[in-house]
Design a protein around this ligand. Structure first.
Ligand SMILES: Cc1cc2nc3c(=O)[nH]c(=O)nc-3n(C[C@H](O)[C@H](O)[C@H](O)COP(=O)(O)OP(=O)(O)OC[C@H]3O[C@@H](n4cnc5c(N)ncnc54)[C@H](O)[C@@H]3O)c2cc1C
Length: 373
């Protein structure tokens, strides 16, 4: 089967890129391993988040902001085309702080981010306890304040994915689940990919297979050093509104249906996506400290999912030098960056210039010069 482009991976990253590429050609196939794979897209928290990311990496702050700026229009386009609402809301975001030490550290971080942003500017406010309480009356007595930026928001990642898949289908692009790529090779300017007993050929190949990317990209000489990082999530029964005037808070988020999601764990435990009671208990305790009303809430669901994490937490976008036409893309903020992946990154892969904010988001940044003997 010959196509212009093969995209490996139908999670948030592969789907967003395929969606963007469909502006240039409809001859695309998305091959997706499916339920057996580790799929961060199905287990994440749904924040479109800028605040506090990218200390020491202003290009990444700009990239995240650009995506957050594009999200509203991106969601509207998807809704119009497919009828599926990704429920994106740019509400501004607050990170709650529960000690004076945390407050001081956060203030220093936000100020560093503002300074590093130079002429672009970085709008933020450190909120007193009273400021926070005005916006979110349900906070607990331990909350001493919070940091706020206007850039942050939230979306429903499952609806976003469904909308992108529906859009691909409407544009005649094949999304093929249950297609684990078993082999790929390059010869005479053509990529050959074997999956599910079928053979696909294309001049261009995008590997966006989450944690599967490292292994697949290596076959075409691309280094994509990502490792799993486990995040656990608790979900409560549906509750009446907890978070005031629709503001988005890190780690405790109420869905449009009323469930409260709690999630802030980060564990390096390899490819282990089991939940553990001690970590869940700690997360629940932190959430109750911030929102005492959660003390009586029933937990109806828990899960763990694996983040696709590079050593510095930033995305990796690479084009193969050995086999031009092959690209790999991974990131640990695939919800936040979905709009930029579709609207901007895909333009580069289609043949345009590489977006300036991504010039440093290459694997070479991990090359540390060896100390002289
Ligand atoms: C607990 C948690 C909370 C998070 N919270 C947020 C958040 O609030 N905001 C945010 O922006 N991001 C968040 N993230 C990160 C976000 O979920 C990921 O960045 C994003 O899902 C990565 O998407 P992906 O498409 O690269 O990877 P995945 O979702 O893992 O998708 C990869 C796809 O590739 C396929 N695949 C793998 N190997 C093969 C193969 N050999 N052949 C064919 N297909 C293959 C799989 O089937 C899968 O569908 C969170 C992640 C976790 C785990």
């Amino acid at each position: 089967m010959n196509r212009d482009i093969i995209v490996i991976g139908g999670g948030l990253v592969g789907s967003a890129i395929a969606h963007g590429l469909s502006r240039h050609t409809r001859s695309i196939v998305v091959l997706d391993e499916g339920d057996r794979a580790f799929r961060a897209t199905r287990g994440n928290f749904g924040l479109v988040w800028v605040q506090s990311k990218g200390d020491g990496a202003p290009h990444y702050v700009t990239w995240s902001r650009r995506s957050a700026d594009l999200w509203g229009d991106f969601a509207a386009e998807l809704r119009e085309e497919t009828g599926v609402d990704a429920i994106h809301r740019r509400t501004g975001g607050i990170h709650l702080l529960v000690s004076d030490e945390e407050f001081a550290q956060r203030t220093a971080l936000m100020e560093r981010l503002r300074r590093q942003s130079g002429n672009e500017g970085y709008e933020y406010k450190m909120l007193s306890r009273e400021d926070v309480r005005d916006r979110i009356p349900t906070i607990g007595p331990d909350v001493v304040g919070g940091s706020w930026t206007p850039y942050d928001g939230v979306a429903n990642p499952l609806f976003a994915l469904r909308a992108m898949h529906a859009s691909l289908a409407a544009r005649g692009i094949a999304y093929r689940p249950g297609m684990a790529v078993e082999a790929l090779s390059h010869d005479g300017g053509t990529f050959t990919v074997q999956a599910g007993g079928e053979v696909f050929r294309a001049k261009k190949l995008v590997i966006a297979a989450g944690l599967g990317t490292k292994h697949l990209a290596a076959k075409l000489g691309m280094r994509v050093p990502v490792e799993p990082q486990r995040g656990q999530v608790l979900v409560t029964e549906r509750l009446k509104p907890l978070l005031g005037n629709g503001v988005t808070v890190t780690n405790v988020r109420q869905t449009a249906e009323g469930s409260v999601m709690i999630g802030d764990s980060q564990e390096d435990v390899g490819f282990d996506n089991r939940t553990t009671v001690p970590v869940l208990a700690e997360m629940a305790a932190r959430a109750v400290q911030k929102f005492p009303a959660l003390r009586d809430a029933q937990i109806v669901r828990t899960w763990a999912a694996l983040r696709v994490m590079s050593a510095d937490g930033l995305p990796i976008y690479v084009q193969s030098r050995e086999t031009p036409g092959a690209y790999a893309a991974t990131c640990h903020s695939g919800v936040t960056l979905a709009a930029a992946h579709s609207r901007v990154l895909a333009e580069w892969i289609a043949g345009g210039p590489r977006p300036e904010e991504t010039l440093k988001l290459v694997p070479e940044r991990f090359d540390v010069p060896q100390a002289a003997e």
